[in-house]
Design a protein around this ligand. Structure first.
Ligand SMILES: O=C[C@H](O)COP(=O)(O)O
Length: 312
């Protein structure tokens, strides 16, 4: 890694040389380390803090073709007051919706600290022209989105056309203006941990504010070893550049137990500076209720039951 980073993106050849010059990921080592960290137990007091931290890091998500303005408004109400009977429960970080529902979410969240994230760039496949992807982003930002979750062109990435992926991310970042850009790698389609590391660096070089595992539409989605590899990438990128990029684990995260495993992974890999909604998010459509149930169980000794809370 001797090329100055400013020169790395000059051509596809320089990008390829840089990305393929990154140290290879020890697959067995990454799997084992993630598994070991996943078994770490934490004290009851730390668990209470971890549950609240996890709630504050949730991007409460609905990404269905059948989404309606009413469903988004209900989700926004839940995002602000996850448990209306318990005002001590913190709000989540953001809601995440399709671009056409941004205006409804913005109206519902006005005056609150909850951000509005929009998936853009022909989510989830990313199969459209750059013009369409930039327009998708521009419209979502104009409607009030604070954050844009874009997908990379996995076809171009897997074909080795890194420059195309870089240019798309840079163009979408420019279209974001003040909005934060989360770049979805769709790790379940990248085949190897080495590719996850390369895609992470490529996204960061192109200007990502966050790197995100998955769309939630492909299996496997977020897994602890993949998130570990991404956390190592943001840590190493920060050491090299002084710029702190966030990580969003998204897709298939359903339980408080799994959410806490990710927080342990963040703490042990990137460090506690990343343990804030500014730098770590959990993208999930149906995690919040389990976090609320476990929180209540810890406070009262009893489970409230899933039907006690409004639907995720
Ligand atoms: O960005 C977040 C994901 O789409 C959520 O996926 P999920 O429905 O598996 O929780």
């Amino acid at each position: 890694m001797t090329t100055p980073l400013a020169e790395v993106a000059g051509s596809n050849a320089t990008l390829r040389a840089f990305l393929h010059g990154l140290p290879g990921v020890d697959r067995v080592g990454a799997d084992q380390r993630a598994a070991i960290l996943g078994t770490r137990s934490i004290k009851t007091t730390a668990k209470a803090q971890a549950l609240d931290a996890a709630i504050q890091m949730v991007d409460l998500t609905t990404l269905e073709g059948a989404d309606t303005p009413g469903k988004v408004r209900a989700m926004c109400a839940k995002a602000v007051h996850p448990d209306p009977d318990d005002p001590t429960v913190p709000s989540v970080a953001a809601v995440c919706v399709y671009p056409d529902l941004v205006a409804d979410a913005v109206a519902a969240l006005r005056g609150t600290a909850v951000k509005v994230a929009a998936v853009a760039t022909a989510f989830p496949s990313g199969r459209s022209s750059l013009e369409v992807k930039v327009a998708d982003t521009t419209l979502a930002v104009a409607a009030g989105a604070d954050e844009i979750d874009m997908v990379i062109d996995r076809g171009a990435f897997l074909a080795g056309d890194y420059r195309k992926v870089y240019e798309e991310i840079a163009a979408v970042k420019a279209a974001c203006g003040a909005a934060h850009l989360k770049v979805i790698l769709e790790t379940g389609e990248l085949a190897t941990y080495d590719n996850v590391r390369r895609a992470s660096w490529l996204a960061m070089l192109a200007g990502a504010d966050f790197i995100k595992t998955s769309t939630g539409k492909i299996s496997p989605a977020a897994t602890p070893p993949v998130v570990l590899v991404m956390l190592e990438a943001v840590r190493d990128f920060f050491a090299r550049t002084g710029r702190r990029v966030g990580v969003k684990a998204a897709g298939g995260i359903r339980t408080a137990k799994d959410a806490i495993k990710y927080l342990v992974l963040v703490n042990e890999t990137a460090g506690e500076d990343w343990l804030t909604p500014e730098y770590f998010r959990l993208g999930a459509s149906s995690l919040l209720n389990d976090l609320l149930m476990q929180r209540r169980k810890l406070a009262t000794g009893r489970y409230g039951g899933a039907d006690y809370f409004t639907l995720d």
